[in-house]
Design a protein around this ligand. Structure first.
Ligand code: FMN
Length: 380
């Protein structure tokens, strides 16, 4: 059996294979609510055959959205809209598919335009604005690149955001998600607390490594406590900020051990994006060595991500013990049938929805010679 297509127990959650759809913001929600785009997007992914479909970073409060189009889970309306999208998607799912949600808060990277309109900070003066900007918050009043300076969060505000994470986790459980993930990477709020580049606080939440980890671990403990035993819990973490003086692999190992001690079932290992000027050395599988080291040194289930696009490449990451799971993002946008192709290439079997069964094996065959249809019904 191909390692990529072998089942895996992600804590309490049985995954039918090791393939994960990486979380991907769609920037197309309205007031945090999933709409028709999500119906087609999530149903394609649900029927893709991936063992775990991770939903995009979902804001735990409105000011934690990156853009006006970001998904949220912070009100009865956003919960109902996501529930509708999930119910629709599940009706097409491949057997055994599981779903995770990534809970996020953009902190100082909030209040920007959508990427396809430049991603700049929203401005009241911009006549072409997508909507009004909103005040942003962060550990310290240090702006990210072009963004407006955030205000430093007070203790009372931190309590409110922690409660919002817990409320969103409870909503995710009500919606039947199997996995709840904290976004602690890509320069968003929890990462902003961890990083010495963005956290210059002088209270118990800043200064030493332990102090910078304090609030993110407090949030993690509160979210974990809110989850029932049948829901897996994990985090996306950063293994390098690619910046001198920034977070590195040693920090990632230490942070992972602490997450594991409070009950996390896995980490997904990513990197970069806390500093606007950082250059990421992008190359095939460039973050896999980090995942491999974290897996070896902590013993936690590890998900590798980043420029993984070929079935054999994904298979070898798992077969060689570098990671337990592989997440693909852009490859699924380019080809929602990626799992079917991987199964064919690796000699594994996968589920095809009956109306699409006649596509099975097509990719590996020489181009078919045109043949006359036998009957009108057979050709339909
Ligand atoms: C359209 C798009 C949206 C993304 N949104 C998120 C997100 O919501 N949360 C997250 O952790 N990463 C996000 N990412 C990063 C991906 O999950 C992934 O880590 C990255 O694209 C590298 O994987 P890839 O080479 O397979 O695309 C996004 C990437 C893309 C392309």
């Amino acid at each position: 059996m191909s390692a990529l297509f072998s089942p895996h127990a992600l804590g309490p959650v049985e995954l039918p294979n090791r393939i994960v759809v990486s979380p991907m913001c769609q920037y197309i929600a309205q007031h945090g609510m999933a709409g028709n785009w999500h119906l087609q997007h999530l149903s394609q992914l649900a029927m893709s055959g991936a063992g775990l479909v991770m939903l995009e970073s979902t804001a735990v409060e409105p000011r934690g959205r990156i853009t006006h189009g970001c998904l949220g889970l912070y009100s009865p309306e956003t919960e109902a809209a996501l529930g509708r999208a999930m119910e629709f998607a599940r009706s097409f799912e491949a057997p055994g598919t599981r779903y995770g949600i990534q809970l996020g808060h953009a902190g100082r990277k909030a209040s920007t335009r959508v990427p396809w309109r430049g991603g700049a900070h929203l401005s009241e003066a911009d006549p072409d604005a997508e909507g009004l900007p909103w005040p942003t918050v962060a550990p310290s009043s240090l702006p990210f690149g072009h963004c407006a300076a955030p205000s430093a969060l007070t203790h009372a505000q931190l309590d409110v955001i922690e409660a919002a994470y817990v409320a969103a986790a409870r909503a995710a459980v009500r919606l039947g998600f199997d996995v709840v993930e904290l976004h602690c990477a890509h320069g968003y709020l929890l990462h902003q607390f961890l990083s010495p580049l963005s956290n210059r606080r002088e209270d118990e939440f800043g200064g030493s490594v332990e102090a910078r980890q304090h609030w993110p671990l407090q949030v993690a403990a509160s979210v974990k406590a809110a989850l029932p035993d049948h829901v897996a819990f994990g985090a996306r973490i950063t293994a390098s900020e690619w910046t001198p003086g920034g977070l590195d692999l040693e920090h990632a190992v230490d942070f992972t051990r602490k997450l594991k001690a409070l009950g996390a079932n896995y980490v997904c290992v990513s990197s970069g994006s806390v500093d606007a000027g950082t250059r990421i050395p992008f190359a095939p599988g460039f973050q896999v060595p980090f995942a491999s080291a974290i897996r070896r040194r902590t013993g936690i289930t590890t998900r590798a991500v980043g420029a993984i696009s070929e079935p054999r490449q994904a298979h070898e990451i798992v077969a060689d013990g570098h990671a337990d799971l592989v997440a693909l993002a852009r490859a699924f946008l380019a080809d929602p049938r990626w799992v079917w192709r991987a199964a064919e290439e690796l000699g594994a079997s996968t589920h095809y929805p009956p109306p699409y069964e006649r596509a099975k094996g097509l990719r590996h065959h020489a181009p078919a010679k045109p043949q006359p249809a036998r009957t009108a019904a057979a050709a339909a």
